[in-house]
Structure formats: C-alpha cells, structure tokens
Design a protein around this ligand. Structure first.
Ligand SMILES: [Zn+2]
Length: 89
C-alpha cells in the first residue's frame, strides 16, 4: 500500500475465515459472510443452499429433522427406563 492514509482493515483481517476446501486442497482464506461460516463464493451468499423442506436429494430420510428427533426421544426414554430399573432393584 502506498501513502500514509490510516487504513481500517482490522475487522476484515480479524474476521472468521471461510475454510472451505479449495481445488488446490487448501482451506479457503476468504472472510466468511457475516452470520455464516462460509464466504460468498462457498455457499455463504444470500439465497444459496437448498430451500427449506427440499426433498430432491433425500434417499432414506435417516437424517430428516423428524428422524433425528425420534432417535433422540428414544434415547431419552431408554436413559429414563434404565434409571427407573436401577431404582426398583
Ligand atoms: Zn470460501
């Protein structure tokens, strides 16, 4: 840089990096979009990503919100019953 103008690049330099894997195999060094974890080139741009409830790529539904919640609930039930059994014995 030339001149003696005090440049205000601190926030830009200290912001979170994108980190997406680039074609050279190294992590992307661009700053992430505010409020997102990727830069504007790697899925951080507004309107990028699949729409909510998109079923185009769904193969088995093992990772749908409902399936995950169901598994979590089942685990909690198992934990509670185990505790109850220990209490009874
Ligand atoms: Zn990036």
């Amino acid at each position: 840089m030339t001149g003696d103008h005090p440049r205000n690049t601190g926030p830009m330099l200290s912001s979170q990096r994108c980190g997406a894997k680039t074609r050279s195999g190294k992590p992307c060094r661009s700053p992430a979009v505010h409020g997102k974890r990727r830069c504007r080139m790697h899925g951080g741009a507004a309107g990028s990503g699949a729409p909510r409830g998109n079923k185009n790529a769904q193969k088995h539904g093992l990772y749908t919100r409902e399936a995950i919640a169901q598994r979590r609930q089942l685990g909690e039930l198992m934990r509670q019953s185990r505790k109850l059994i220990l209490k009874i014995e």
